[in-house]
Ligand binder design. Structure first.
Ligand code: ZN
Ligand code: ZN
Length: 385
């Protein structure tokens, strides 16, 4: 499936209001619904996907800023994997906030604010690991054909020494000595309203009820260690500047065995000297001489796949654009490609040999040229400028 602009899919402008987007989606959904005789399941899915992102204020903002997010894990599957699901990662409030294991007795604001402001391991307990984002630079050529790159990042990851269980090798995990395996500690406070019972998470085992008998010397029993990791990542052909690639599970490790977050690569493409990218088309300009333009010629034009022959018909005006089909940018996740648009510029020589000068003077005389603008000639061609 070709990668398309979500706004184009719904047929609305980039500045469309939420209402306009909703109306456009309803219309498309109605038109393409697979249950209908003239339905089109692909188009229906496409419209739903576009609507899912554009109808969500936050996701729409992300989309406007970064474009689609491509999911490396699904790169060879159908379509792009990111888009709707790519943003935001896990629920930022999942897994923390309530102090107790069972009962949710105490709502612990310290946990929420701790995690919001960077928090400690204890405060991030049971939450999914943090998503990471890092920039990655590719050359224009690499962005055209795709590339595999090695990246190294530093992140909180599973401790290699204890494989994440926090115990020194050969030692056991034992029942927590402070909470006796309960994971929480019950306290009773005397207040003016009477006695209040509350349970707080055990700070020795972080609510697990178990602790390593001898804590791992590398991670001090947390099972987590800040360390470097080197990865091979695939940048798909056709990726554009500012797009993001999601690499599943390569973010930071979650607390004690909970899921890793994801890694997002923010792609920076170094511009090309020879081509300008315009969506999936490539633009370039080539110079031709006056006589080539007047008489017609064949010129060899460099494309990203090598040279091709371009036929310039007799009487070509400067600024004319020739379209070379299929020599543009590949759509990510599909074999389809855009076009190469070649603009010709007729170049006037700044120096002439004596012979050239004489020939041009003869030509000028032949055409009856004077110092006046040749109005009838200009009338014929002015629309082309
Ligand atoms: Zn360890
Ligand atoms: Zn405990």
């Amino acid at each position: 499936m070709a990668q398309k602009d979500f706004y184009d899919i719904l047929g609305v402008s980039k500045s469309a209001t939420a209402d306009e987007i909703k109306r456009a989606y309803r219309k498309k959904a109605h038109e393409y619904h697979p249950d209908k005789g003239a339905g089109n399941e692909d188009k229906f899915k496409e419209a739903s996907e576009a609507y899912q992102v554009l109808s969500n204020e936050e996701q729409r903002k992300q989309y406007d800023q970064y474009g689609q997010t491509f999911d490396q894990a699904q790169r060879n599957g159908q379509g792009f994997g990111g888009g709707a699901g790519g943003f935001g990662g896990g629920d930022p409030f999942a897994g923390f906030g309530f102090g107790g294991n069972n009962g949710g007795v105490e709502f612990d604001f310290g946990d929420i604010f701790g995690d919001m402001f960077g928090g400690s391991q204890r405060q991030a307990r049971r939450s999914r690991g943090v998503d990471l984002e890092m920039p990655i630079s590719v050359t224009f050529e690499e962005s055209m054909f795709g590339v595999e790159k090695e990246i190294t990042l530093e992140k909180k990851d599973t401790c290699a020494r204890c494989k994440g269980n926090g115990a020194e090798e050969g030692t056991k995990i034992v029942t927590c000595t402070k909470c006796h395996g309960q994971g929480q500690i019950n306290t009773q406070r005397r207040t003016i309203f009477g006695n209040i019972n509350s349970a707080v998470t055990c700070d020795l085992c972080d609510g697990d009820g178990k602790i390593p008998e001898t804590p791992c010397t590398e991670c001090k029993g947390s099972g987590i260690k800040r360390q470097q990791k080197t990865l091979q990542v695939k940048i798909p052909a056709g990726i554009d500047n500012g797009q993001r690639i999601r690499i599943n599970g390569e973010g930071e490790v979650g607390y004690k065995g909970s899921n890793h977050g994801d890694l997002y690569l923010l792609v920076r493409v170094t511009p090309s000297k020879d081509y300008i990218r315009d969506g999936h088309n490539l633009l370039k300009t080539i110079p031709i001489s006056f006589s080539q333009a007047a008489l017609g010629t064949k010129v060899m034009v460099e494309t990203i796949d090598g040279k091709i022959e371009l036929k310039i018909p007799a009487g070509t005006q400067s600024g004319k654009i020739f379209r070379v089909g299929g020599k543009g940018v590949q759509y990510v996740n599909s074999g389809k490609r855009g076009d190469l648009l070649v603009t010709v510029r007729v170049v006037v020589p700044s120096k002439l040999t004596k012979k050239e000068s004489e020939l041009l003077k003869d030509l000028s005389k032949l055409a009856g040229e004077t110092t006046e603008v040749n109005k009838s000639f200009w009338e014929q061609i002015k629309d082309q400028f």
